[in-house]
Design a protein around this ligand. Structure first.
Ligand SMILES: NC(=O)c1ccc[n+]([C@@H]2O[C@H](COP(=O)([O-])OP(=O)(O)OC[C@H]3O[C@@H](n4cnc5c(N)ncnc54)[C@H](OP(=O)(O)O)[C@@H]3O)[C@@H](O)[C@H]2O)c1
Length: 323
């Protein structure tokens, strides 16, 4: 496992980050615990979660993934300092007007809730889940800066920001001498390229912002388990994955299968992760395995890189400008 600096910071994170949106949604608590232990024992030191995970699942009030991680941390007895814990704030945690957003009020309340659920006294990376058009960026940055001063948060990042909002945040932080975002968590994969590549990639390259892409397997599409003429896949994610059904993407999967076979029997999902890992702008793709088997498969991407020729072949096959 390689460890990379998170953006311009000195913080070292593993080349794969373990996402936890599936905890308390598609993975129950005991599977979640197994996944956490297996990931950590095999060198993943970077865990991504969010306060809101996964409030959309039946019977999940939000906060469940954080609670599972907190209990695992406590029960496993792992040294807290060996784990880089990343969480997020912004989502709706209740019905009252201040139960969501990036105001000072919500951030200050919600960080305490996250710390309590995670059973820790600091968060390594605190991320704004998506922008809040109703709160001035200065208010958000000032609250995050205070959390850093208080030692409750060590680094800050953002997710789902358009390029101009990211630049605006960097500019305000610089102007007010606040701590800056060290990383961006964008939606980015072979089947979702345009959003990151159109402008965000240049911003991250120019300002040394770390990139930790989410949904690197397109929610499961880039595993090859969905087939053009195949049976319906038994997955809670199957409906969302259908957005990737297109002639271009079926052909892409077939090229990925060929590259995997020529690379000594790598799976399609390992090729998808390797496509990201072969790009120097990427710090650490966030995987979301539901089972131990999936995690073990995802691990096959560690140290696996595509040749320039293979990468270019996949770039062409997934070109968002082509239909
Ligand atoms: N910032 C944000 O707004 C945001 C949004 C989404 C996600 N995230 C973060 O990113 C993480 C990953 O996102 P994601 O779950 O969408 O990632 P993904 O890698 O695109 O999809 C993961 C899903 O693919 C399927 N899968 C994975 N490996 C497989 C394998 N080897 N064989 C067959 N199926 C496999 C599983 O779904 P099934 O088995 O259930 O089909 C798994 O839950 C999340 O946990 C979360 O931490 C952040």
């Amino acid at each position: 496992m390689e460890y990379r600096n998170l953006g311009n910071s000195g913080l070292k994170v593993s080349e794969l980050c373990l996402g936890t949106m599936q905890f308390g949604w598609t993975a129950d608590e005991s599977h979640s615990n197994e996944i956490l232990s297996e990931a950590f024992e095999n060198g993943i030191n970077f865990i991504d979660t969010a306060d809101v995970y996964s409030r959309w699942a039946d019977g999940n009030p939000g906060g469940v993934a954080e609670r599972i991680i907190g209990e695992w941390l406590q029960q496993s007895g792992h040294d807290r300092t060996k784990i880089i814990l990343a969480t997020k704030v912004r989502g709706e945690m209740g019905d009252a007007p201040n139960d969501q957003g990036l105001s000072r009020a919500h951030i200050m309340t919600e960080v305490e809730n996250s710390l309590r659920r995670l059973k820790t006294d600091y968060i390594d990376l605190y991320q704004t889940h998506w922008f809040d058009e109703s709160t001035p960026i200065e208010e958000t940055l000032s609250a995050l800066n205070d959390l850093i001063q208080q030692g409750k948060v060590r680094y800050i990042g953002c997710s789902n920001y358009p390029a101009w909002r990211l630049v605006q945040a960097l500019w305000y932080a610089d102007r007010r001498n606040f701590t800056s975002f060290v990383c961006l968590q964008p939606h980015y994969s072979l089947v979702h390229r345009r959003e990151f590549e159109s402008e965000l990639a240049d911003v991250c390259r120019t300002y040394g912002i770390g990139v930790i892409p989410y949904s690197p397997l397109g929610g499961g599409f880039l595993t090859g388990k969905y087939k053009e003429d195949g049976p319906v896949v038994d997955s809670k994610r199957a409906k969302g994955v259908q957005r990737h059904y297109s002639k271009r993407n079926w052909q892409l999967l077939s090229k990925m299968e060929d590259i995997g076979a020529e690379s000594g029997g790598k799976s399609i999902s390992q090729v998808a992760l390797a496509w990201l890992l072969s790009d120097p702008i990427i710090t650490s793709p966030i995987i979301g395995p539901r089972t131990l088997e999936q995690l073990k498969d995802n691990f096959g991407a560690v140290g696996f890189r595509l040749s320039d020729e293979e990468k270019q072949m996949l770039d062409r096959a997934s070109d968002p400008k082509q239909p």
